[in-house]
Design a protein around this ligand. Structure first.
Ligand code: A2P
Length: 316
């Protein structure tokens, strides 16, 4: 299985199981099954509201002797309501308690957006800290302290564009090891990939299959389903792969980490098989040039006039 050495020397499996949208009641078995078939990397987050079940799946696989803690790589993410430096450890400890683990291999700042934790809704300027009041660097510096306490091994960010990364690199002593962002042929983010490679920041591809199981409230009325793209289907047939397998192999061919979500045993195995497929240069080039540009995961409801998170700047 392909693995990458991060900028802090820690080694991370290139392929893992995503758990965003994995329902409680299904995700425990999915995680256990994934570990049984050979996955060694599980991606979780506080906000997915299923970390306890993810942890049960990991715990059962360990009890069954399938894996030891050292065999696996577990990522989780600090939620937006824990950005104040004195709340960062609380966010991490809640995740560790839910997962039933005493350390994380990788801990990411989930969004470059800070919620005021005392607000239930986040739809007006008063519900957010501005980046001037609470710079990302303050939150990231507090995350670095978690490593000193042995709670996490590597630290990174998620959903950061180049401008946010530049600020972090300028203001923090530690360069993030990872930036987890939406990546697939419709949203390849080539400029971000090039910038991050130059800075020693690895990218993880979330929603690598186009995230078709997002709730309707998160979907635009007419969005192009990536897995149903005819060209993707035709290239996949030529490679003797399913469309999902092709998309996974494409992500790995770009030296990104890829974390497809599935709670279906057959598709969990199918996706795992793709992780050892060497994609032909023709197939890679055809996907590189697919010509459709689309971002599935937008956070428009957090882009409010008067808040520092403006849609036009956010992803740049
Ligand atoms: P399921 O969990 O029922 O397998 P993403 O990783 O981009 O968020 O995509 C997740 C979606 O893709 C889910 O709906 C998941 O369904 C589906 N999916 C995962 N693996 C495959 C596969 N091999 N073939 C088709 N759909 C898949």
């Amino acid at each position: 299985m392909k693995a990458y050495t991060l900028n802090d020397g820690n080694v991370m499996p290139a392929f893992g199981l995503g758990t965003w949208k994995s329902p409680k009641g299904e995700v425990r078995a999915a995680v256990k099954e994934a570990l049984r078939v050979g996955y060694r990397h599980i991606d979780a987050a506080w906000i997915y509201q299923n970390e306890q079940e993810v942890g049960q799946g990991i715990g059962e696989a360990m009890q069954d002797g399938v894996v030891t803690r050292e065999d696996i790589f577990v990522t989780s993410k600090l939620w937006n309501a824990f950005h104040e430096p004195d709340k960062v450890e609380k966010g991490c400890q809640e995740t560790l308690a839910a997962l039933g683990l005493d350390y994380l291999d990788l801990y990411l700042m989930h969004w470059p957006i800070a919620f005021r934790p005392d607000r239930e809704q986040h739809n007006s300027p008063e519900d957010f800290f501005s980046l001037e009041e609470l710079p990302l660097s303050k939150t990231f510096d507090a995350m670095v302290k978690l490593r000193e306490k042995g709670l996490v091994k590597s630290m990174g960010v998620s959903n950061c564009g180049i401008s946010n990364l530049k600020k972090l690199i300028a203001d923090c002593e530690v360069v993030p090891a990872m930036n987890q962002v939406e990546l697939h042929p419709y949203n390849p983010q080539n400029e971000l990939l090039e910038y991050c490679s130059g800075q020693g920041i690895r990218l993880t591809a979330y929603s690598p299959l186009g995230s078709g199981d997002r709730p309707d409230s998160m979907k635009a009325k007419s969005e192009p389903p990536l897995l149903e793209n005819e060209e993707v289907g035709a290239i996949a047939s030529k490679e003797n792969l399913s469309p999902a397998q092709l998309l996974i192999a494409w992500g790995l061919s770009r030296d990104t980490v890829v974390i497809p979500k599935s709670t279906n045993a057959g598709r969990i195995a199918e996706n795992f098989a793709a992780a050892s497929h060497a994609l032909s240069a023709e197939a890679k080039a055809a996907l590189d040039n697919i010509g459709i540009h689309y971002r599935y995961v937008t956070v428009d409801s957090w882009f409010i006039p008067g808040v520092t998170y403006e849609g036009k700047d956010f992803w740049s």
